[in-house]
Ligand binder design. Structure first.
Ligand SMILES: *Cc1c(COP(=O)(O)O)cnc(C)c1O
Length: 393
């Protein structure tokens, strides 16, 4: 057995079943001892050495590796077509920051101007200390991306598509082409797309990141993050080393819950995307909504690219701009009865949030914007609740 913390490629013998079939059965794992169809939860932190002082099982200590974590990683690698496998971290931020931590002083990064605000804040705080320069560009403007890339110096292009909270779409294949032409890697925060709607590695990306806290887990009860890799190259090995050396692996209980959730991910993602599309259509005709931001709408600026690179829907996230401005938006969010006023996204319960209040004065988010994370409630109930809250605005 190789290093216990080395990324594991998915089995070559995986049968040609649909991803939905493989996810439903968590790749069909059957426990060899009990014949249980659900893999056991492995909680041990330490493992017995063999008489010859080796570790024949490949497990020695729980910080570099855990069997329950591996089960969930195998399903995620299958969903993302990740030849190098997947690495689970204690949060989405731990996964994302591992990628930037793997860079060298003097490297240059291009990242989106509008992106997950917590990561942008971290980049602004931490990258200068490591002498890594970051340029933020509008990633739906490919000539701007091309101008920002410095051949030979840019080592990473980071994109997020659809991008939180405006749901701007970035052309993954084109971004990969531009990055690779300059000798850089392309990493994609695909949290809002999920592997059900987009598989960035099949479009040329090198690394995919998800906040697994969101739709991958989907039940608002686990914080987790994942990286999936196209190639088990030196950079991927470095990400694995950063995780095990820094102690950032996901805990087994969280991995177990995530594993349970992944079995129903294809169903949840399809249902949530269908409801989001229906809400986007109905809200577009609402007298108190000035604009709906959702790549599934035919007149959305990102629709053509989204239609090429997304399948089975356009995701569960949309935003609306409230006609009468910021105070009316906050007032509408205060009046909902079914939607929950809370941060986060991707859960089975629908959430509404006034993003500008969260992101603060530097936010590129318009002040009249409400972010909607569509859950699995009846879509008529979701619309009626929003309609009533907006009409009183
Ligand atoms: C939530 C989120 C993150 C951060 O993930 P955590 O699990 O909260 O650390 C990163 N990117 C996007 C797009 C997110 O929505």
């Amino acid at each position: 057995m190789s290093e216990p913390n080395a990324p594991k490629p998915p089995s070559d013998a995986a049968p040609a079943f649909a991803k939905r079939s493989l996810a439903a059965q968590a790749l069909g794992h059957v426990d060899p001892v009990t014949r249980a169809v659900v893999a056991p939860l492995h909680v041990a932190t330490t493992f017995l050495r063999d008489p010859d002082n080796g570790y024949s099982s490949g497990f020695s200590y729980a910080r570099p590796d855990n069997a329950t974590v591996r089960e969930a990683e195998a399903v995620l690698a299958m969903l993302e077509d990740a030849a190098a496998g997947a690495l689970l971290f204690g949060s989405g931020m731990a996964a994302a920051t591992a990628v930037f931590t793997a860079l060298e002083p003097g490297d240059h990064v291009v990242a989106p101007r509008v992106m997950y605000w917590g990561l942008k804040r971290w980049l602004n705080a931490e990258m200068p200390r490591r002498r890594i320069a970051v340029d933020f560009v509008d990633m739906d403007d490919l000539p701007a991306l091309e101008r920002a890339i410095r051949p030979g110096t840019t080592t990473l292009v980071w994109i997020e598509t659809p991008g939180n909270p405006l749901w701007t779409v970035t052309d993954i294949a084109e971004a990969a082409r531009l990055a690779h032409a300059a000798g850089a890697r392309l990493a994609v925060d695909s949290t809002a797309a999920s592997p059900i709607h987009t598989r960035p590695l099949t479009l040329g990306a090198d690394i995919v990141m998800h906040s697994a806290t969101k739709i991958l887990n989907g039940h608002s009860d686990v914080v987790a993050g994942v990286l999936a890799g196209a190639r088990a190259d030196a950079f991927w090995e470095r990400l694995a080393a950063i995780r095990s050396g820094g102690g950032a692996i996901l805990g087994p209980f969280e991995a177990y819950l995530l594993m349970r959730s992944l079995r129903t991910l294809p169903l949840r993602a399809a249902a949530q995307a269908a409801s989001a599309a229906e809400l986007a259509r109905r809200l577009q005709a609402h007298p108190n909504v000035s604009r709906v931001l959702y790549p599934g709408l035919p007149d959305d600026p990102g629709h053509a690219v989204a239609a090429r690179q997304m399948q089975g829907g356009f995701g569960f996230m949309l935003s609306i701009r409230v006609r009468d401005g910021e105070a009316a938006a906050i007032a509408a969010a205060a009046r909902v009865r079914l939607w929950k006023r809370a941060t986060s996204l991707g859960g089975v319960e629908s959430l509404i949030e006034h993003r500008a209040s969260v992101e603060g004065p530097d936010s590129p988010c318009p002040p009249d914007l409400l972010r909607l994370s569509t859950g699995i409630e009846a879509v008529d109930d979701l619309f009626a609740d929003l309609d009533a809250a907006l009409r009183d605005a």
